[in-house]
Design a protein around this ligand. Sequence first.
Ligand SMILES: NC(=O)c1ccc[n+]([C@@H]2O[C@H](COP(=O)([O-])OP(=O)(O)OC[C@H]3O[C@@H](n4cnc5c(N)ncnc54)[C@H](OP(=O)(O)O)[C@@H]3O)[C@@H](O)[C@H]2O)c1
Length: 350
Amino acid sequence: MTGRPTLAVVGATGAVGAVMLQILSQHKDIWGEIRLVASPRSAGRKLAVRGEQVEVVALSEEAFDGVDIAMFDVPDEVSAQWAPIAAAKGVVVVDDSGTFRMDPGVPLVVPEVNPHAVRVRPRGIVAGPHCTTLSMIVALGALHAEFGLRELVVSSYQAVSGAGRAGVETLRAQLSLVAGTELGTSPGDLRRAVGDRTGPFPEPVALNVVPWAGEPREDGWSSEELALRDETRKILGLPRLPVAVTCVRVPVVTAHALTVHARFEDEITVDRAREILATAPGVVLYDNPLAGEFPTPADVVGTDPTWVGRVRRALDDPTALELFVCGDNLRKGAALNTAQIAELVAAEFS
Ligand SMILES: NC(=O)c1ccc[n+]([C@@H]2O[C@H](COP(=O)([O-])OP(=O)(O)OC[C@H]3O[C@@H](n4cnc5c(N)ncnc54)[C@H](OP(=O)(O)O)[C@@H]3O)[C@@H](O)[C@H]2O)c1
């Protein structure tokens, strides 16, 4: 087929979908029709994309008629049901959910790291990684390409929008419940102030940190911790990479941060690591602590790159680096990566 491909955005009304519509309006316009799809609850709503108001249609088989590429920004179970239906109609699906990421028949793609993987898609589906993986993998991929990664130890500081609109609404509601109160003096005072308004989180997240993200898995792990390990291994092609990870939710609206201890094959120098990070596509090195310069979620929200600061050689291991990494979980962590994959696929249509 030649000409401009038709694109469907499935989940256009969600947290990721809203950012996707901005990105589609800002990036070079390579698309023919852009069709907006969501649940029947949203059918008939109008949303702006490329400066036009477009009516949302309900998800159905017919919604994929004439579509070449469909981005899926919907819950896992919706992707599980509908991505194969779209693929069976010849649509190339770019899925942002967790459903297909570890499927051996589905490539897991980060265009700055493994763009070649997009071409082999036996199920007609390409997946993008989880937002926490994506918030560090571009910087890590650049370092791995030169130094050869051997081990990772990661802690995340994850924003509430990683749990979708419900996460953001929960933090906002909790902040208004605690405003003006004197909390932080006795156990349980925050719990009492927030009551049952914990939304998708197991504990109050306003004025707190919660060492849990995702669903329970075996042996005390959370699904998001396992996702970070498994996805990093798949993207970098390192199936036995040792990864230790703890995922933590913090009261930030958008932009995930991670501390990373990365051990490489041989001794590394911080100067060379800085050069790599300063020139890697999609990475910004912002690292001058004496001048108060390091990335924080408040600085990087709404931006595209992976920001890296606090680059140090590990105190007790000359083969390891310590980094602080920060990125917008709704942009590179979700919508931007999906848009970049769709653009790679669209290039096949020209
Ligand atoms: N938030 C992040 O940082 C992030 C990062 C990476 C990946 N993701 C993944 O991206 C996906 C979307 O996340 P989100 O944060 O944008 O969630 P969200 O804000 O809850 O939005 C969910 C979207 O899915 C639609 N939807 C729900 N049920 C549907 C159904 N039965 N049929 C059709 N559409 C349906 C919703 O439409 P209505 O408005 O009509 O209900 C809405 O557009 C999830 O798989 C998530 O894991 C999220």
